[in-house]
Write a protein that binds this ligand. Structure first.
Ligand code: GRG
Length: 310
């Protein structure tokens, strides 16, 4: 039998990522045609099709394939989670939220199209995610998805977005922005679990549901996803600090100077790195019990999230 380490070593992760991301990009391009009224569709395509590492859709496809489904079956869900992610970025960048001018290397949607169109582009992507995921025409006729699985997937996606999901994370984040004292670890974790981890979790879980995974497989993958979701954010905070430090050529970078609470600020850099290591180890533990060759993509995705440089 191939060991986990051997299966991991043999796997061409870069080729896998590039191949899957290209397939996702083709599917997204087809999912949002430049129909009338052109301006709104142009704005949706502007934010959706340019840039983005496509981590969530690739996680969705990898989870589907791990439990026995295939890429075509996962693709509508993969596109849906990327549409939700993109709409949350569009709304997050608005002046009434984070007020950011740039996203994915280009002017933010509201800078390019104006605020009203950016709000509507976000709303339209939110609606499209669900209609795209639920549309039977988007599934290969030879391998249709049983409707009860589609309903479960829709429920999972809706739950992760609403007032106990992404919106909860954003509201608590907005409430804690600008307060002079640093927030505690519990609140920081609440924000990251809801703003970041929950959509990574939904991406994996929906992929596993659509792929026909057994309940215990779906739940094990949910645990894996929870670990990598938090890991994603801990690493983000560490990168923010170390990148800005090296750019400024001094030890305290933008992160320590800003009013944003981060893991390094609360725990220190060393303890934050330890936490990232623990989360990576736990994520991998949840993959044990799956065939190691088939689990290689998710194992590498966890490593990628842990060791990425941006
Ligand atoms: C979802 C209805 C609804 C409203 C949105 C604005 C909002 C509520 C939530 C904000 C969510 C947010 C901006 C979370 C941050 C997520 C995050 C970690 C973004 C960076 O992800 P990457 O690195 O980005 O995967 P790319 O560009 O590569 O896709």
């Amino acid at each position: 039998a191939t060991s986990t380490a051997e299966a991991a070593a043999e796997f061409d992760f870069k080729g896998y990522m590039l191949g899957k991301a290209a397939a996702v990009n083709r599917a997204l391009d087809l999912a949002v045609p430049l129909a009338y009224p052109e301006r709104i569709h142009e704005a949706m395509r502007y934010s959706l099709l340019v840039g983005g590492k496509r981590v969530r859709p690739v996680l969705c496809i990898a989870a589907c394939e791990l439990v026995g489904g295939d890429e075509d079956q996962a693709m509508p869900s993969a596109c849906a989670v990327e549409m939700i992610h993109t709409m949350s970025l569009i709304h997050d960048d608005l002046p009434c939220m984070d007020n950011d001018d740039f996203r994915r290397g280009q002017p933010a949607c509201h800078r390019a199209y104006g605020e009203p169109v950016a709000v509507l582009a976000g709303d339209a992507l939110l609606a499209l995610a669900f209609s795209h995921l639920a549309d039977p025409a988007n599934y290969p006729p030879a391998r249709p998805i049983p409707p009860y699985l589609l309903v479960r997937a829709v429920g999972e996606l809706a739950r992760c977005i609403g007032s106990e999901g992404l919106v909860a994370g954003q509201v608590v984040d907005l409430d804690s922005t600008g307060v002079t004292e640093s927030i505690g670890l519990d609140l920081l974790e609440f924000i990251h679990i809801h703003k970041t981890a929950i959509l990574l979790e939904a991406s994996v879980v929906i992929g596993a549901i659509i792929g026909g995974g057994l309940d215990r497989e779906v739940e094990r993958l949910r645990q894996y996803a929870r670990c990598i979701g938090l890991l994603f954010q801990v690493v983000d905070d560490i990168l923010d600090l170390t990148k800005s430090s090296s750019e400024l050529g001094k030890t305290a970078g933008k992160d320590l100077a800003s009013d944003k609470t981060t893991y390094p600020k609360l725990l220190g850099l060393e303890k934050s790195r330890e936490l990232a290591g623990d989360l990576l180890r736990d994520a991998k533990l949840h993959l044990q019990g799956f065939d190691s060759r088939k689990a290689a993509p998710l194992l590498h995705l966890a490593n990628y999230i842990a060791y990425r440089q941006k």
